[in-house]
Design a protein around this ligand. Structure first.
Ligand SMILES: [Zn+2]
Length: 81
């Protein structure tokens, strides 16, 4: 299940700290309120989803993220690294 990050639209919350992360099914309906304090929340675009904005994506990072890295051998052949 993907990990989603949420923050309160306004104000602060002693229960969730104003920002929290939850693992939810990918097809779950958009969460509109904090399950703890019931205040309105918005989804934060997690840095996990945009690693290229932080640093150049390396093969090691891609593998860590679960990508299968393919090395081109030529003539349409690829080797799993
Ligand atoms: Zn809360």
């Amino acid at each position: 299940m993907p990990l989603y990050e949420y923050e309160l639209c306004e104000g602060d919350c002693a229960i969730c700290g104003g920002r929290f992360a939850l693992r939810r099914p990918i097809n779950a309906p958009e969460m509109k309120t904090c399950p703890l304090c019931k205040k309105p929340v918005r989804k934060v675009i997690s840095t996990f989803n945009t690693p290229t904005k932080l640093k150049p994506l390396s093969i090691t990072d891609a593998k860590k993220a679960g990508f299968t890295v393919l090395k081109r051998l030529g003539k349409g052949e690829y080797e799993r690294q």
